[in-house]
Design a protein around this ligand. Structure first.
Ligand code: MV4
Length: 445
């Protein structure tokens, strides 16, 4: 039985996990780097252990230090949050060997979905809709014959990549060989795996992802989908649930397919299946993320569930109480990621927060890891807080978010609240018809 959870993360997600643990009556252990000694997750955990210097390789990514911290404090479970070690199957396996309950999926499943070529094979086997594409490309000649079969433009992707890393768009035969060879080299350098594959390229896709919740007893629910098209350089900026672009018929069809696929694989814990939607409204499998996502609160708000609590209970072997038929989105939720960054250059803006006043009021939730007087360190990503607005309709959720952003006070560091207001005010956004190109169009870049 899980009694004490070590949270191998920092910032708002560490706090989010601590909150779930407290409500479940579990003790919590925070780990932190030297520059995070005064961070909020350290203050709110029952115990805290300093695991190394600011450099994440020597602290939040340093497996022996994290395992030792669990040992010293008597923690018997590990929650990895998102980022850092959350999708590292070796870390999950090491934790299990050390008799720590891994609050996540089976390590073998993490490994299989983490390899994008294997993931494609699995998704196709379960009957998920796929873009025309290939397995591992063996040579420039192989790449060329496959690209001709599929038709240009194509996109080369690294099997070890994901989340937009290691991709190359190729528009004609003449550029393919060079692109293939460079892609292999970059994949080897970046992911220690030279394998690349190709897919038909979709010019102006939408990004829609489905939330999986599955227990160890074969119970699987799909907690609807999120619209995540508003992003910059593969960093999501604003997400919503449900997606304004998905018909109820398409949603129901995908839920049936995913439920069967997840049940057949024996996958458990949380998971997110990412799809591209093309200009014709067709969905295609992209990748599966085997962790809790930054944007999970929009699903929680519309579904009225605590995904992190479910994840912990599932790791503990509990049978899920939720039924698919009861999971109908109630209203609409929008999340704005508040980053410490320069409005013009998007460069990180670390420093001391001199004044901090998060919004509140009906239908507003703020998940944040900061407070007034705290110094935002320059060593980690720039996410300070997530503002989530929940309302009966999308239009009301937009108005509520606009009001909340007007209340948001954060002085001392630069924040991106004005960017969010521009998005909310854009007619295309208000129509609910935005692609992954929306933000570059809005910014004129
Ligand atoms: C694509 C694509 C177009 N066609 N695949 C980027 C993240 C990774 N999960 C997949 N990505 C893409 N794959 C094909 N065949 C365009 C993207 C893409 C993208 C996808 C989702 C959200 C934002 C994106 C931004 C640029 C490119």
């Amino acid at each position: 039985m899980i009694k004490k959870v070590l949270i191998a993360n920092r910032g708002e997600i560490a706090l989010r996990v601590i909150r779930a643990c407290k409500e479940l009556g579990l003790k919590t252990v925070a780990v932190h780097s030297e520059v995070d000694a005064e961070a909020l997750h350290v203050r709110f955990a029952d115990e805290a252990v300093c695991i190394g210097p600011a450099n994440p390789r020597l602290s939040y990514l340093h497996v022996p230090a994290i395992i030792a911290a669990a040992e010293i404090t008597g923690a018997n479970a590990i929650h990895p949050g998102y980022g850092f070690l959350s999708e590292n199957a070796e870390f999950a396996e090491t934790a299990q060997k050390c008799k720590l309950t891994w609050i996540g999926p089976p390590p073998d499943a993490m490994r299989a979905w983490g390899d994008k070529v294997t993931a494609r094979t699995n998704a196709a086997r379960f009957g998920l809709p796929m873009l025309p594409g290939t397995g591992v490309l063996q040579s420039p000649e192989h790449a060329l014959s496959e690209a001709r079969r599929i038709g240009f433009p194509i996109i080369l992707k690294a099997s070890g990549g994901g989340g937009g890393r290691g991709m190359k768009i190729v528009r004609d035969e003449a550029s393919l060989t060079a692109a293939f060879l460079t892609a292999r080299e970059e994949a080897m350098a970046g992911f220690k795996n030279p394998d690349v594959y190709l897919e038909r390229y979709v010019e102006k896709p939408k990004h829609i992802e489905f939330q999986i919740v599955a227990d160890k007893h074969g119970n699987v629910v799909i907690a609807g989908e999120r619209e995540c098209s508003i992003q910059r350089r593969h960093q999501k900026v604003l997400e919503e649930a449900p997606s304004p672009s998905l018909s109820q018929e398409a949603r129901e069809r995908m839920i049936v397919l995913l439920q069967r696929a997840v049940r057949e694989t024996g996958y458990y814990s949380l998971g997110t299946v990412e799809f591209l939607m093309d200009e014709r409204g067709e969905l295609y499998f992209m990748e599966m993320n085997t962790r809790v996502q930054v944007e999970h609160p929009v699903t929680e708000m519309v579904m009225g569930m605590d995904l992190v609590a479910e994840q912990i209970l599932i790791a503990n072997g509990a049978k899920m109480a939720i039924e698919q038929s009861k999971l109908v989105a109630r209203g609409h939720a929008i999340e704005c990621r508040i980053n410490a960054e320069d409005a013009r250059t998007f460069a990180p803006s670390p420093g001391k927060i001199t004044e901090y006043h998060p919004p509140g009021g009906v239908g507003i939730r703020v998940d944040s890891g900061v407070y007034g007087g705290w110094r935002v360190p320059p060593n980690y990503d720039s996410l300070l807080a997530k503002v989530i607005a929940h309302a009966p309709t999308r239009k009301q959720a937009i108005a509520r978010m606009r009001r909340a952003l007007d209340e948001f006070i954060c002085e001392g560091v630069k924040v991106n609240t004005e960017l969010h207001k521009r998005i909310l005010d854009a007619p295309e956004f208000q129509k609910g018809d935005v692609s992954t190109r929306f933000l570059e169009q809005l910014l004129g870049t």
